[in-house]
Ligand binder design. Structure first.
Ligand SMILES: *[C@@H]1O[C@H](CO)[C@@H](O)[C@H](O)[C@H]1NC(C)=O
Ligand SMILES: *[C@@H]1O[C@H](CO)[C@@H](O)[C@H](O)[C@H]1NC(C)=O
Ligand SMILES: *[C@@H]1O[C@H](CO)[C@@H](O)[C@H](O)[C@H]1NC(C)=O
Ligand SMILES: *[C@@H]1O[C@H](CO)[C@@H](O)[C@H](O)[C@H]1NC(C)=O
Ligand SMILES: *[C@@H]1O[C@H](CO)[C@@H](O)[C@H](O)[C@H]1NC(C)=O
Length: 506
């Protein structure tokens, strides 16, 4: 349950009125800049290449830099981020000076107008408009009715609808949630404060899957590296499982420790049936849980298929809103690390509860979680191009990165079709849109970035474009039927790569 998530930041939805659709030229210009790849390393190369004797001094003089934006006094929740960046050779600078990476805990775009025109070697850990996903009210009530979201009503606007619903289903229980408040408790529908603004009331799901009698939630780390076309990944190394401190039965709505996960949740290693897997056999939180599910003669595999489906559907649903928010930005050097929280019912059906824009990565309370947080960060950094800069790696790594890792021949696909439709002579047809001679500069950069992500994805799994389970059965027309043109195009590129090499299928 969302009770323990860090405060969701208010969405961008109000502050950023959608930019009126401008001419196609504007759009092209915007996507051209999207494509500028933030290979921070390249920056050093262009600045200091050419005199290898001075490489070390040059390198020290030009350490990559990062800045932090956080409204809270304490930076305890950013310890792992800072430690890993320092290990990688990044130096902290003030937010007003020249940084390569801005790590914002709070939504930065309302405060810093300069983010509208980032330079090519700057990167920010949020998309403008990410609030469409992480604003609780917006996600729960403004999303097309999807079966994996519990029934919810936005207050005060939908209070009449809510009352009707509550009267029709007198056995249902509800929780009222607010964007800024963490306090959540089951309420009789008469006690719901119908005129509280920025809040919503959500149906409380009453049949949780229990482990040794404890209700729990799961947190999946998700990274979006591109919007239009969309590319999203999940961290597969582990999943955060948090159990309620008290057994669910006998149920008592007055005792939130039975059904809300708070800061003092019960960790995996204190749940008796999981302890043997986690402690004695070294399992991850996810593996320990799965072993328990199999002990109940149930199959946990479907859970992860549902999780991926929910993420794909939800992110795709909000993609246009996010893109509309940031298309006026000069460069699109953004990525987004989120934690999506899910509920699992007794039949192993998965429901989406919320998305957290700045997941709390503090291991202050549970030291064992530091491994998870470090591994998540390591994979995310690798994926988005934040890599260690050591004087030893410097020359070797650089030359490999620049000259060898991504070459035209790695990007070229669909050769038979390109030849058949003579795309080297004219690009005037859809069939040519992935042929190398027909790629616009921005499309070329998009594919190059996708290629680099794939090679540096560490423990991240691509979930959009979707995995191709079996290339022979892959039907491009039906798979891309509901997609934007740009997403279909990106999907086709991965499908071509997958045809030749299975590692590209997912
Ligand atoms: C993050 O989690 C820690 C440990 O559970 C907690 O003490 C801290 O208040 C949280 N920080 C934020 C910003 O939510
Ligand atoms: C390289 O280092 C030498 C001393 O080791 C120094 O005299 C020279 O100016 C440096 N060159 C550059 C381009 O910094
Ligand atoms: C909300 O409505 C109740 C009556 O339903 C009223 O007593 C209360 O003053 C209202 N609160 C606000 C903040 O408008
Ligand atoms: C692919 O899907 C489309 C639409 O769903 C269908 O019309 C077509 O027959 C399918 N093609 C193959 C080869 O199955
Ligand atoms: C496309 O959308 C329709 C209706 O919204 C849905 O039934 C269908 O499953 C979707 N197809 C894919 C491939 O997602």
């Amino acid at each position: 349950m969302p009770g323990c998530s860090n405060k969701a930041t208010k969405a961008d939805s109000q502050s950023s009125t959608a930019v009126p659709t401008r001419s196609v030229i504007m759009l092209l210009a915007a996507s051209l800049t999207t494509a500028v790849i933030v290979e921070l390393m390249l920056y050093y190369r262009s600045e200091s290449w050419g005199n290898s004797n001075n490489a070390t001094t040059e390198f020290i003089a030009r350490s990559p830099t990062y800045a932090i934006f956080s409204k809270s006094e304490s930076e305890d929740h950013l310890v792992h981020v800072k430690t890993l960046l320092h290990k990688f050779g990044y130096k902290r600078v003030d937010i007003d000076s020249d940084w390569n990476l801005l790590w914002a805990h709070d939504y930065p775009y309302a405060n810093f107008i300069s983010l509208k025109s980032l330079s090519a070697n700057q990167l920010v850990n949020h998309f403008p408009g990410c609030g469409y996903l992480t604003n609780k009210v917006d996600l729960s009530t403004n999303t097309k009715r999807l079966t994996f979201l519990p029934q919810a009503f936005r207050l005060p606007e939908q209070s009449e609808l809510f009352l009707q619903y509550a009267r029709s289903f007198p056995d249902k229980l509800f929780v009222q949630k607010h964007n800024e408040h963490r306090g959540i408790k089951i309420k009789a529908f008469r006690d719901v404060e119908l005129n509280m603004s920025d809040s919503f009331v959500q149906e409380f799901l009453q049949n949780p899957f229990l482990v040794d009698g404890y209700k729990f939630d799961i947190g999946v780390y998700v990274v979006i590296t591109s919007v239009n076309p969309l590319r999203a990944y999940i961290y597969t190394g582990d999943v955060l499982f948090r159990y309620c401190p008290k057994k669910y039965h006998p149920f008592d709505a007055e005792d939130i420790n039975k059904y809300i996960v708070g800061d003092d949740y019960l960790p995996t290693w204190e749940v008796p049936s999981l302890r043997k897997y986690y402690t004695n056999f070294g399992a991850s939180m996810r593996d320990a849980f799965e072993a328990y599910v199999r002990d109940q003669s149930m199959d946990p595999a479907g859970i992860w298929l549902q999780v991926e489906h929910i993420l794909r559907t939800t992110i795709q649903e909000k993609e246009k809103d996010i893109f509309d928010t940031f298309r006026s930005y000069k460069t699109h050097n953004f990525f987004e690390l989120m934690r999506f929280d899910f509920f699992i019912d007794a039949n192993l059906n998965v429901y989406l509860m919320e998305a957290n824009m700045s997941p709390n990565l503090s291991s202050a309370h549970f030291k064992s979680n530091s491994i998870l947080y470090n591994q998540v960060l390591y994979s995310v950094f690798s994926l988005v191009g934040i890599r260690p800069v050591s004087s030893h790696d410097y020359t070797n790594f650089m030359s490999a990165e620049v000259n060898d890792i991504t070459d035209d021949k790695n990007l070229a696909t669909g050769l038979n079709k390109c030849a058949k439709y003579k795309c080297d002579k004219s690009c005037n047809q859809e069939n040519c849109n992935l042929c190398l001679p027909c790629l616009s500069g921005s499309d070329y950069e998009i594919i190059k970035k996708a290629h680099r992500e794939h090679l540096h994805r560490a423990d991240m799994k691509r979930i959009f474009p979707k995995e191709i389970a079996n290339y022979r059965d892959f039907n491009f027309t039906s798979e891309t039927k509901n997609m934007t043109r740009k997403n279909a195009w990106m999907t086709q590129w991965y499908a071509y790569k997958c045809e030749y090499d299975r590692t590209w299928c997912s």
